[in-house]
Design a protein around this ligand. Structure first.
Ligand SMILES: Nc1nc2c(ncn2[C@@H]2O[C@H](COP(=O)(O)OP(=O)(O)OP(=O)(O)O)[C@@H](O)[C@H]2O)c(=O)[nH]1
Ligand SMILES: [Mg+2]
Length: 309
């Protein structure tokens, strides 16, 4: 083990913010020392609770996260915030906006805010988010807040890392709710209609309530907030805490790599299957066409093939 990684881990455990920042940068970029860091922090994982805030662009997620962090700080919790910005290749406008919206916390040593830019593909983003959460967990953060734009399947995958998932909607979405199309509603533990100062909020909340009752296996509470004024945020924080307590938090740190493993495997398989020169794949599909094997048997052959090469 290199001396510098040992020092980094010591710094991390001692609560040194510079060490935290450095460790995050390494794991975010999946740098060569990533494995060494994750191995060393492995035993100290599992105390943090990860709360996800997902929703359409502009729904008020960052403002709400800022207000939620204020409530957490008033309760003495230490907080890490990860803002995932899949749309911007580097650090675009939205990320800058997040920094400004959370600037009230920037002088607070017990709040650590980090933006993650997209690595351009699903696996990369889930991997960096999951590793950054682990580093913040090892550092000793009580609560880690993960903000993601819920615009497509890949973002939903990232949001799914969270232990408790809050889906933020804006009023006036009508029946053609963007969130529903993207499949975000299905992962919600709590639905929030933010911007409740808008007269359409009540109607949107009612629509969401009837949808969730009709479509979902679990009952999902629908809350209203005015993030700009901090209204409704105490109630939201309480609801989150209740759900977090219900969830078996000790198993959570194990669940993160498990979810990541699934994404990574699927990504790996997809790369192999998309290779047009893969002749073995052609052979299997020809057998399938001739009716010699079933789809299930073909899939098993493909898996065996992928693990061999
Ligand atoms: N009227 C009203 N405006 C709000 C409220 N909460 C947020 N906003 C405004 O909505 C706009 C978007 O807020 P953000 O917090 O950046 O929304 P976001 O969902 O994080 O946006 P992206 O990260 O870009 O997807 C800002 O201009 C906020 O000031 C609210 O409760 N009421
Ligand atoms: Mg935002």
């Amino acid at each position: 083990m290199s001396k510098s990684i040992d020092d980094l881990i010591i710094g991390l455990r001692a609560g040194n913010r510079a060490s935290l920042a450095r460790a995050i940068t390494i794991v975010e970029n999946n740098g060569p020392q990533t494995g060494a860091i994750l191995k060393q922090i492995g035993p100290s994982l599992g105390s943090a609770i990860v709360i996800g805030f997902t929703g359409a662009p502009g729904a008020g997620k960052s403002t709400l996260v800022g207000a939620y962090v204020r409530v957490l700080r008033a309760r003495g919790k230490t907080v890490g915030v990860i803002a995932v910005d899949p749309s911007s290749p580097l650090s675009g406008g939205a990320v800058l906006g997040d920094r400004i919206r959370m600037s009230e916390h920037s002088s607070d040593d017990d709040v650590f805010i980090r933006s993650l830019a997209s690595r351009g593909h699903l696996g990369g983003l889930s991997r960096s988010a999951s590793h950054v959460i682990d580093v913040m967990d090892a550092f000793g953060k009580d609560i880690i807040v993960l903000e993601t734009v819920g615009a497509g399947q890949s973002e939903v995958e990232v949001a799914d890392i969270a232990d408790v998932k809050v889906v933020v909607c804006a009023p006036g979405l009508g029946d053609d709710v963007q969130a529903i199309k993207a499949g975000i509603l299905e992962i919600a533990d709590i639905l929030v209609v933010n911007k409740a100062d808008n007269p359409l909020a009540e109607r949107t909340a009612k629509q969401l309530e009837s949808r969730t009752m009709g479509n979902m296996a679990k009952t999902v509470p629908v809350l209203k907030t005015i993030a700009l004024k901090g209204e409704g945020v105490d109630t939201l924080a309480e609801k989150i805490e209740t759900l977090a307590l219900l969830a078996n938090t000790s198993g959570k740190a194990k669940e993160r790599p498990r979810k990541l493993l699934k994404t990574t495997t699927l990504e790996y398989l997809a790369t192999r299957l998309d290779d047009p020169d893969n002749q073995s794949l052609d052979k299997i599909s020809e057998k399938l066409i001739r009716g010699e094997i079933s789809f299930e048997e073909a899939a098993i052959s493909v898996l065996a093939l992928a693990s061999r090469s």
